[in-house]
Design a protein around this ligand. Structure first.
Ligand SMILES: [Zn+2]
Length: 322
């Protein structure tokens, strides 16, 4: 190295082993580090589906969005959402938008009320809030399903789950995670048919014997899953619906984001449109996990966010050494 560089700032002299003089002013460096920290935090959360999560409240959205591609039961009319006006009102100079919708009740993320398959049982508006804001347990059969539409929840799955997590609590909502929501809203992959042909429907579901075991042994208020129906298409339909609904147990179909849920500990809020006398309704569902960001509680999201923060700090420190 040229000796003339010895007294030149911002260069490294190999002879004297002087500490490296960095090219960035301290103020600039700390500005950069803070940006890396913040960007790292948000990037990590984005890659872990942070868009589905309201971090401050530890809330996960379990509903699919409703639009003109939303999947409905194949014999039912789909959603039509037509914007009938959007524009500035002439001479009054304010913006105005309105629209009209029409749809069947059984489509998208929705609730099946017990009166869907059991005469005299609760219809949508009859279900009390005490059955709609409830603790949830999640049984994960996604590894066994692994994209195979012929794998369905059995009582054995429930018995095995209980060996690890304990009894499914009374007055809880049982959610079955099959992994099928990743195919939403692709009709062929999600339903087995692009033709809306009932005879070609294929997706993972719930065996009637699992429903029989549940009503005989446990006291759940509702059941839900991330595929199109709680009954196996073209097989035992509607055995699971009937067994559950005769006991006033409701069902949630086309649930989303169950991969983000812990097996136990979440509280789920099931919010169907309050349609009087209806057997089904579109439904907003969300889960609140135990703990919160602000209170420093534990939970999947808190863990993910803490990990993101640690990762961002490490990257920031490495950068500071450069
Ligand atoms: Zn339904």
């Amino acid at each position: 190295m040229d000796n003339q560089n010895r007294h030149t700032p911002h260069t490294y002299n190999s002879n004297t082993r002087e500490p490296r003089r960095r090219g960035m002013k301290p103020a600039h460096k700390s500005f950069l580090i803070w940006h890396v920290l913040v960007a790292g935090y948000f990037l990590f959360n984005a890659f872990t589906k942070g868009d589905q999560i309201v971090h401050d409240l530890n809330i996960i959205d379990l509903s699919h969005v409703f639009d003109n591609t939303t999947i409905y039961w194949v014999t039912e009319p789909t959603l039509k959402l037509n914007v009938t006006y959007n524009g500035t009102i002439p001479e009054k100079n304010y913006w105005y938008q309105k629209e009209e919708i029409s749809a069947a009740t059984h489509g998208g993320t929705h609730l099946d009320a017990p009166c869907h398959f059991a005469r005299g049982q609760w219809c949508v508006s009859d279900i009390p809030l005490t059955h709609l804001v409830v603790p949830a347990v999640v049984v994960d059969i996604s590894a066994e399903v692994d994209g195979n539409p012929d794998v369905h929840l059995s009582s054995n799955h429930l018995i095995e789950w209980e060996k690890i997590h304990g009894h499914i609590p009374d007055r809880s909502l049982l959610l079955i995670y099959t992994g099928w929501s990743r195919f939403w809203p692709h009709p062929l992959n999600y339903t087995g048919t692009e033709e809306r042909d009932k005879s070609q429907l294929k997706f993972p579901s719930i065996q009637p014997e699992a429903a029989s075991w549940l009503v005989a042994n446990r006291k759940i208020v509702g059941i839900g899953l991330d595929s199109m129906s709680v009954d196996i298409p073209n097989s035992s339909f509607p055995g699971t619906h009937v067994t559950l609904m005769e006991k006033n147990i409701y069902a949630l179909e086309n649930v989303n984001n169950l991969q983000l849920m812990p097996p136990t500990g979440a509280t789920v809020f099931v919010m169907p449109m309050k349609l009087k006398g209806a057997s089904g309704a579109p439904c907003r569902i969300f889960a609140q996990l135990p703990g919160s960001m602000t209170s420093g509680g534990s939970g999947y999201i808190t863990f993910g966010s803490s990990f993101a923060l640690v990762l961002a700090v490490v990257v920031g420190l490495i950068l500071a050494k450069i």
